[in-house]
Design a binder for this molecule. Structure first.
Ligand code: 5GP
Ligand code: MG
Length: 178
């Protein structure tokens, strides 16, 4: 596994994101919504940098019985209604690749009449975008042709808990835990 961003580099990038978000939403009612489990590390680090009242939610990924994803991401409207209506919403996602995930989520949130919907991603893969929607805050640009793990991002449930970001290499796919 090759380290792409160290813990120090990650925290410096997240500190910059925190400053931008603090400036953008100062004094406004803000709800941060984590996009699935991959976002929890960024969400936890980010909110500790924000000095303002805020609410958080984490979207649950719909999975089939065997743990695979059955379809496009869908949100639980009832869970979110009171945290979205009339408030500024900031979607928090680990990585932006094609952009399809955010592109499918934003119209669903718009139906709940938020004051605004924007997005922050830790990473953006270069040259992969197909959706007509770009993230508003980006921590780091990374090459489009690598698969990264760590800091919330997994490969088949592994490596999510690494405190740094690494590029997955072929031998890492075979590594077995007892
Ligand atoms: P998009 O909808 O923007 O194409 O894809 C975003 C989602 O794809 C991410 O939230 C993440 O779940 C997954 N993804 C894309 N690239 C990577 C990667 O390099 N590593 C991991 N672990 N997940 C990725
Ligand atoms: Mg994700």
């Amino acid at each position: 596994m090759k380290v792409l961003l160290t813990q120090e580099q990650l925290s410096e990038g997240i500190r910059r994101l925190g400053e931008q978000i603090q400036q953008r939403y100062q004094g406004k009612p803000l709800t941060l919504i984590g996009v699935f489990s991959g976002s929890v590390m960024l969400l936890a680090d980010l909110i500790r940098l924000l000095d303002m009242p805020l609410r958080i939610e984490v979207l649950e990924e719909r999975r089939g019985l065997r743990g695979d994803r059955p379809g496009p991401p869908a949100i639980n409207i009832d869970q979110l209604r009171c945290d979205v209506e009339g408030r500024h919403v900031l979607l928090v996602d680990d990585i932006y690749a094609t952009g399809q995930t955010l592109w499918e989520l934003v119209p669903q949130l718009d139906e709940l009449n938020p004051a605004s919907v924007h997005s922050v991603v830790l990473l953006r893969k270069q040259g992969m975008q197909t959706a007509p929607l770009s993230p508003n805050f980006v921590g780091f640009e990374i090459p489009g042709d690598v698969y990264v793990v760590g800091y919330g991002l997994d490969y088949q449930d592994r490596y999510r808990n690494l405190p740094y970001l690494a590029v997955l290499e072929p031998q890492d796919k075979e590594a077995r835990w007892p």
